[in-house]
Ligand binder design. Structure first.
Ligand code: PBE
Length: 307
């Protein structure tokens, strides 16, 4: 099969490179473990391509920034399609123990499903830790104080979110059902969010979410909790690029989706002052480039520029 031939070719290339390196005088001590020869072949085998996600994702921009800033990524390209396509490519590569480098973020079930490692990012392009924050339109506090209080209190611990995402995978990503099950099983926590909040009689509220798992889960939980308090909730899924504008114009009342400070930082700055931030609903998130642990590289700087 094509893949097999391609893999074999890669191995042959790797071998001939190590012979070249050996011939250059570093021969005596352990040519097997010499890093440069291994990484050259990895970058070549990858065809200098990062497997990205949706063109509209915040991280897609950050990946481009990394390609621009790292000499080791000079001449590389990012292939974008969707998170689902990236996960399929990742699964296929792992089944065949082939190299792959993907746009990765956590929390996400891929880290539970496969042995992956983030590549070190010595230039800090991907930032350190991310948090997911809750934003609302200006005036929401006065117009819907009860919804505002609930949205302000909604918060998850990282292990709790990771467990919910694994559950979502088991439940075929039916996030309404996943969220309902979580709310039913976590009444005590939910009651701390709704404590002292008066019920309303069918007040309409518009929530927006981006399309990734963490956000779909949190938005659906918020929807159910608000509905239990008598709100009539509409939940719309949007791109990060339109999210801040929709909140700033007041078309959307609230969102629990923005990743900060890096992933959606540019959108945040563009609309800063035109929305209200209620603060993190989850801390300890992260984005970066990741590879399967069987790959012999640890840092973005272990990659090689395309000639
Ligand atoms: N992500 C997951 C999104 C936000 C949540 C990092 C892939 C992004 O906009 O890049």
């Amino acid at each position: 099969m094509f893949n097999f031939t391609w893999k074999k070719l890669g191995i042959i290339t790797g071998l001939s490179l190590s012979l070249v390196v050996a011939g250059c005088g570093q021969a005596d001590n352990g040519r097997e473990s010499d890093k440069p020869e291994a990484t050259t072949s990895v970058s070549e085998k990858l065809e200098y391509t990062i497997t990205g996600i949706e063109p509209g994702a915040g991280q897609t921009e950050t990946n481009e920034k990394a390609i621009a800033e790292y000499e080791s990524l000079a001449g590389w390209k990012q292939e974008t399609a969707s998170s689902a396509a990236m996960l399929t490519a990742l699964g296929n590569a792992i089944d065949n123990e082939e190299p792959i480098i993907v746009a990765a973020w956590s929390p996400h079930y891929k880290f539970a499903k496969w042995d992956l490692k983030y590549l070190e990012d010595p230039k800090g392009v991907f930032g350190d830790e991310e948090y997911i924050t809750t934003i609302v339109r200006r005036g929401l506090k006065d117009d819907m104080p009860n919804a505002y209080t609930i949205l302000d209190k909604i918060h998850w611990e990282l292990p709790e979110m990771e467990a919910a995402l694994l559950k979502a995978q088991e439940m075929d990503f039916e996030f309404e059902a996943v969220a309902q099950e979580w709310v039913d099983g976590n009444q005590e926590k939910v009651s701390t969010w709704t404590e002292g909040v008066e019920s309303v009689d069918g007040t309409s509220i518009n929530l927006a979410s981006t399309s990734w798992d963490t956000e779909l889960f949190s938005a659906n939980v918020a929807k159910i909790v608000l509905e239990q308090q008598g709100f009539d909730v509409t939940l719309t899924v949007v791109d990060p690029s339109v999210l801040f504008g929709a909140i700033s114009s007041g078309d959307v009342d609230a969102s629990l989706s923005p990743w900060m400070p890096t992933t959606h930082g540019a959108f945040y700055e563009e609309y800063e002052g035109q929305f209200e931030e209620l603060g993190p609903n989850l801390e300890g998130a992260k984005i970066g480039l990741a590879v399967p642990t069987y790959m012999d590289i640890d840092s973005i700087e272990d990659l090689e520029p395309a000639e």
